[in-house]
Write a protein that binds this ligand. Sequence first.
Ligand SMILES: Cc1cc2nc3c(=O)[nH]c(=O)nc-3n(C[C@H](O)[C@H](O)[C@H](O)COP(=O)(O)OP(=O)(O)OC[C@H]3O[C@@H](n4cnc5c(N)ncnc54)[C@H](O)[C@@H]3O)c2cc1C
Length: 444
Amino acid sequence: MEPLAATARTAYVERLAQDQFDVLVIGGGITGAGVALDAAARGYRVALVEKVDFASGTSSKSTKLAHGGIRYLPQFDLAMVHEALVERGLMVRHAPFLVRPQPFVLPVYEHMRWPSGLPVRPPTDFGLGFVLDIGLWMYDLMAGRLNIGRHKSISAKETLRLAPTLRSTGLKKAFLYYDAQTNDAQLTVTVLRTAAQFGAVVTNYTEVTGFTRAPGKLNGAVVRDVLANQEFTVSARHIINASGVFAEQVAALTGEESKATVEPSKGIHLVVARERLHQLAKPTIAAVNGVAAGAGCNLALGCDVIIASERARFSEIFSKRGLVVDFGGSWVLPRLVGMHRAKELVLLADVIDATEAERIGLVNRVVAHDQFETVVKEIATRLANMAPLALAASKRLLDQSFGVSMAEALDAENTAQALMATTNDTREAILAFLERREPRFTGS
Ligand SMILES: Cc1cc2nc3c(=O)[nH]c(=O)nc-3n(C[C@H](O)[C@H](O)[C@H](O)COP(=O)(O)OP(=O)(O)OC[C@H]3O[C@@H](n4cnc5c(N)ncnc54)[C@H](O)[C@@H]3O)c2cc1C
């Protein structure tokens, strides 16, 4: 029977209940898969149980980078960077069908922020490019012979050729460096399959619901076959909790106080072309009911109307973690909230609450939590019913104002105002206003 074949599950589940294992791994994400492979390759009798499907947790929802840990460079965590670079190189070498080199463009702008997390501050803008260059040299050197491509400096023109949607204003040059990209779920399943090839008994839809004990230690786990709705015991000398964000819950099943503390955090990838957002004829509404951080914050700020519940929080917290803040949202910020506040939000990675966000003009309205959905719907309906041409013109105007100077923006506004007065809808709006009635818009 082929290891981890679709037809193998029944036989594997039977073995789970019958065999005696050296290691039982809980969790079929990349951590559990790696542990199972390592142990099985060393000759241990290994079982791995996953409560849903393999890689259904974080391991299928990552940014899909097999990176060398560039984010840890500013923190000088060199041991971790070296390890990650070696692993990256080995993956590209041994599994080119799963992990492939991915070039990145790191633009350098005039008056650019310092790299987040860097403890020393270079004296000038010139120094910043220099510091980035040194960092990337270190990144290349630490990868050694397993490096997948040396970084280089490229001109502003070349940068815009490679990344045409980048802002050209103030762009001095860029660095091109390499990391690697993978399909995270596929990688996890491949590692699991390899573990199975080394003899590991690997099953999905098998959930650990409790543990069994010998005096002084755990000696097995109670596992529920979710598909057959049957429970059985898996005996193992060692149990490894690789259940990711569920680690604390699984540890609690022992009945003892958990030594692991998990602080769940959520990362969401929403990929929306900026032009699409701004070119939509109807206005876009950001309804922020939780934490809008990093790209989420940028996405919210890219919308035309931002409604926040009392519980909303806004931040660029990732810069606190040493991640480079992406430029898109941060460019827009000073225009929206003033340079002083933008710096505070981006550079200090402040987390600001809804009241503060309203005070500095980051959001249009703050709404009580229990009325949030109703108010959002109400505003959406009102916006949808407005004169489409006037709205589209206003949107274009707002959008333009990000790319031009304040004087030019005001000029454009004057022109647009004059033009708008010529549309039927605007005339109707003025008439309706004067006659104190609801306007009847026709979209012309
Ligand atoms: C937004 C985001 C982006 C990221 N981007 C990257 C990246 O680009 N590159 C990178 O290297 N890393 C990245 N990471 C980190 C990486 O994704 C995680 O470190 C990794 O996926 C964690 O894997 P895991 O196996 O520990 O957890 P998970 O993948 O969550 O696996 C845990 C498994 O345990 C199972 N489980 C839970 N309870 C039980 C139970 N009682 N019985 C049986 N099974 C159970 C769950 O169903 C789950 O499948 C990112 C993380 C996030 C959040």
